[in-house]
Ligand binder design. Structure first.
Ligand code: URA
Length: 191
């Protein structure tokens, strides 16, 4: 599994399939330990991810780590990657042609890992993995059938939670807390 991923990573690091390759500092391929249990798919690298070549290391990533830690997960448990491997300028939404150019890398990551649980983090990942679903607010917290018999759950993006700080019942942060506990329960059922 690791060797196969390393081959794809090497290809990805030299990728020039779209314009983002011209403005990137680093390709951001993945973090966490490759495993067959659980994978998180985010949106695209931001400033700090582009600087360091590692997904979710900025403010949103720090919140994501806290959310994981609240149910006892670390980056050693979850393989983390993004829909788009290079930073879009000014963190704009990726263009359709950029998504298309990058899709085969994400597909390869899924094909190699065949994770049993896939966390679909935010609208960009949702539009890629579940294009028929109409937005993260409706889709979050539900299990959907994913590739290779996996269970996929859309979850809010941590950047959204940074902008919506309330923790009252029904707030985005409160909903995320419900979702991560449900994810942990499902993870604990895996052998
Ligand atoms: N947001 C994402 O979706 N991915 C990252 O790697 C960082 C921020």
């Amino acid at each position: 599994m690791k060797e196969e991923l390393d081959l794809i990573r090497a290809k990805c690091l030299n990728c020039e399939k779209c314009e983002l390759s011209k403005s990137r500092t680093n390709v951001v391929f993945s973090d966490g330990v490759p495993n067959h249990k659980i994978m998180l798919i985010g949106e695209a690298p931001g400033y700090w991810e582009d600087q360091k070549g590692i997904p979710f290391v900025g403010k949103a990533g720090q919140l994501l780590d806290k959310i994981f830690a609240s149910v006892g997960f670390t980056r050693n448990d979850i393989y983390i990657c993004n829909t788009i491997k290079c930073r879009p300028p000014e963190n704009r939404n990726p263009l359709p042609e950029e998504k298309e150019a990058c899709f085969n890398y994400l597909k390869a990551q899924i094909d190699i890992l065949k994770p049993k649980i896939i966390l679909v983090c935010g609208n960009v990942a949702l539009n890629t993995m579940l294009p028929e679903e109409r937005g993260i607010t409706r889709a979050r917290g539900k299990w959907f059938d994913g590739p290779y018999g996996s269970k996929m759950m859309p979850i809010f993006h941590p950047s959204y939670l940074l902008r919506n700080d309330a923790r009252t019942k029904g707030s985005p942060k409160w909903l995320m807390w419900q979702d991560i506990q449900e994810i942990r329960r499902e993870y604990d059922k895996l052998s």
